[in-house]
Design a protein around this ligand. Structure first.
Ligand SMILES: [Zn+2]
Length: 219
C-alpha cells in the first residue's frame, strides 16, 4: 500500500459497456483504475468496456477533474434540473430553442443546462422543503407528543396518494409507549398505519377510531 502511494497517480478514463456511462479515476495502474472506475459507476468489474489512460487529465490528480474540463474534452452530463444532455455541442431546450455551448452551469458536482434551469430546480427544492415542514406540523398537530422520524414528500406540494404515483406524502413517527411507531399518509384523514404491537398504546393515547394495521410498516 505504501509503495502504491509513492507512485504518481495517473488519470484513466473508464467506461461501461451497457449504457456507456463513464468516469475519470486516478490510480497508479490500469487494474486499480478499472476496479475503482467500476465501483464509481456502480457496475461489476466485468461490465467495464474500456479503461484507457487520459494523460490530458493527469494534472488534476488526485481528482476530481473539474466538470467544465470534462465537458470541454467531449464528455457529457445529464442536467440535474431537466435531465437533458449537457455537452460542448449546440443543444436544444424543452421548447426547441438552441442553447449555445457553454450556457451550462456547474455547481458543486452537478451540471445544469442553463441558469434558468438551475433557478427552477432550486425553487422546486425550496417548495419541497416547505411542503415537508407543513407535513411535520400537520402530524405534530394530529398526534400530540409524537416524535417525527422521517418525512417524504414527492414534488412541490402536499397531495394525497393516487393509484398512478403511489404514496406521495408520508411521515414516520413514534409516540410514547410505542415499540415500532406509526406511519401517517397524507390524505387518509385521522388514521395512521400502526404496527400491531403498538395499536393498544396508540389507541389509548390518541383515541383514534380507525387504525389500519400494517406489519410491513414495522420494518
Ligand atoms: Zn436543465
Amino acid at each position: 500500500m505504501t509503495e502504491a502511494i509513492s507512485k504518481p497517480l495517473k488519470a484513466y478514463q473508464v467506461t461501461e459497456d451497457y449504457e456507456g456511462h463513464g468516469c475519470v479515476v486516478f490510480a497508479t495502474n490500469s487494474a486499480t483504475a478499472r476496479r475503482e472506475g467500476a465501483s464509481e459507476i456502480g457496475v461489476e468489474w466485468e461490465s467495464i468496456e474500456s479503461c484507457r489512460r487520459a494523460p490530458h487529465f493527469d494534472k488534476y490528480a488526485p481528482g476530481p477533474v473539474p466538470m467544465e474540463e470534462m465537458i470541454k474534452a467531449g464528455w457529457w452530463f445529464e442536467c440535474l434540473g431537466c435531465g437533458q444532455r449537457v455537452s460542448d455541442d449546440y443543444e436544444y431546450d424543452d421548447e426547441g430553442n438552441e442553447i449555445a455551448s457553454g450556457a451550462y452551469v456547474v455547481r458543486k458536482s452537478h451540471v445544469f443546462c442553463n441558469q434558468e434551469c438551475l433557478a427552477r430546480h432550486d425553487a422546486r427544492k425550496r417548495m419541497n422543503v416547505a411542503a415537508q415542514n407543513a407535513l411535520i406540523e400537520l402530524v405534530e398537530a394530529k398526534f400530540p407528543g409524537c416524535t417525527l422520524q422521517s418525512v417524504y414528500v414527492y414534488g412541490e406540494k402536499l397531495m394525497p396518494s393516487d393509484k398512478r404515483s403511489g404514496t406521495r406524502c408520508r411521515a414516520n413517527f413514534t409516540f410514547p409507549g410505542a415499540k415500532y411507531g406509526a406511519t401517517y399518509i397524507f390524505g387518509e384523514g385521522d388514521v395512521a398505519h400502526v404496527s400491531q404491537i403498538d395499536v393498544p398504546a396508540f389507541v389509548a393515547l390518541y383515541r383514534k377510531s380507525e387504525v389500519p394495521t400494517d406489519q410491513e410498516q414495522t420494518a
